[in-house]
Design a binder for this molecule. Structure first.
Ligand code: ATP
Ligand code: MG
Length: 369
């Protein structure tokens, strides 16, 4: 363990191995893909709609931010490459891209993490998911920024150029609010200050084996997400004091997040704030039947392999959605409810039944007791 770069020998070796295999072949293809990025916000949103149900306003805002970011970066790369005779590093350095980083606020299981996963998949760029709760653990302060860069480098197959154009999702960002950390040994302010440099587009050097890799986050797109429990109450109170009326989501200010315990400077780096809604029974039902990643569709596919044609009646779906909603864990509730409903059948049907198999509302009620 080298005390200076905070990397374990294991991560260093993993990175080095990956770099050797992938670096050569990857760069030109991926750079070309970003240069040719040609999705409009509406096209990107239409693709998101296949996976993410509801959250219409949020999807609009995010698809716009992402489409503009990569279109701008692509144009800057094209121009830079033309001027610099094919030097991607030079081109990246010369490119200016004012980022509109996104802060995603919303209850558990409503699609925050999922949105960033889907978005990066659609944009075709490197993606890392960083759980901020681990930064709130005692003794972790100081390693944060470097660790995130290393993760990003890994996600880009060890390719620094691609890493620098990726998406970083800072999950559970509300867990590093000062208020939340008051009872711990680390200060939330310290952790937030560390993140600030990263989000700001700083350049850092990480040691990888014998090599030093310099990475800039200038063109990295940051999405931060958190439940920010009770934020609604806090905003409503403030609105009450000031005699402001209307939907709290339209009146959310950086100040409210500061009251919550977030650093003003850090929150200022996330100019685009999106509030996700709790999922309704209707949404949960649509997730089962329409989302390309739906758990129910996965089970349907699995059973098809045994020539079993699983179907739920509409009432049965409504009943499942109602139960899931009661769990209060958003779409995650669907997984456990569907599993409970189908457990017996999944055991019994393969090998004993072929053809249509219909689950009706009575079946659902019986199995959920
Ligand atoms: N709006 C949605 N449309 C389709 N699927 C969804 C939606 N929201 C959640 N899901 C499904 O539920 C899973 C859990 O959602 P996700 O991880 O995005 O929750 P989250 O909002 O990040 O919650 P938490 O605050 O607990 O982290 C996703 O992997 C996805 O399969
Ligand atoms: Mg999440």
């Amino acid at each position: 363990m080298d005390a200076h770069d905070g990397l374990s020998d294991r991560s260093r070796k993993r990175i080095k191995d990956k770099i050797e295999v992938l670096r050569e072949e990857q760069t030109s293809d991926a750079v070309r893909e970003i240069m040719e990025f040609d999705k409009t916000p509406a096209q990107l949103k239409a693709e998101m709609d296949r996976f993410i149900i509801g959250q219409e306003r949020g999807k609009k805002i995010i698809s716009t931010a992402i489409a503009f970011h990569y279109k701008r970066l692509g144009a800057a790369l094209r121009k830079g490459l033309a001027e610099n005779g094919g030097d991607v590093d030079q081109a990246l350095r010369g490119a200016r891209s004012p980022r509109a980083n996104v802060l995603l606020i919303g209850p558990s299981g409503c699609g925050k993490t999922y949105t960033s996963e889907v978005t990066s998949r659609l944009a075709g760029v490197a993606f890392v998911h960083e759980d901020m709760t681990r930064f709130s653990e005692v003794g972790y302060v100081g390693q944060d920024a470097a660790d995130i860069l290393v993760d990003l480098l890994m996600a880009a197959g060890g390719n620094a150029k691609l890493a620098q154009m990726g998406i970083v999702y800072l999950d559970e960002i509300d867990k590093i609010a000062s208020e939340m950390m008051a009872f711990k040994d680390v200060s939330g302010r310290g952790v937030q200050k560390g993140l600030l440099h990263l989000v700001d587009g700083s350049e850092s050097t990480v040691q990888v084996g014998k090599e030093k890799v310099t990475l800039s986050t200038r063109h990295v797109f940051f999405i931060a997400g958190g439940a920010f429990e009770n934020l609604r109450g806090l905003v409503s109170q403030r609105m009450g004091r000031q005699g402001v009326q209307g939907d709290w989501r339209d009146h959310l200010l950086t100040d409210d997040l500061v009251t919550f315990g977030m650093e003003r400077q850090l929150m200022g780096r996330f100019p685009v704030k999106v509030v996700y809604d709790p999922l309704t029974t209707r949404d949960l039902k649509d997730i089962m039947t329409r989302s390309a990643d739906s758990v129910l569709l996965a089970y349907v596919n699995d059973l098809q392999a045994w020539s079993i044609d699983l179907r739920f009646t509409d009432d049965a779906l409504t009943e499942v959605a109602r139960h899931a909603e009661r769990e209060g864990t958003g779409a995650r509730g669907l997984i456990s409810v569907i599993h409970r409903v189908l457990l017996e059948d999944m055991y019994r049907l393969p090998g004993t039944h072929t053809g249509p198999f219909v689950v009706d509302v009575q079946d659902v009620k019986e199995r959920l007791g």
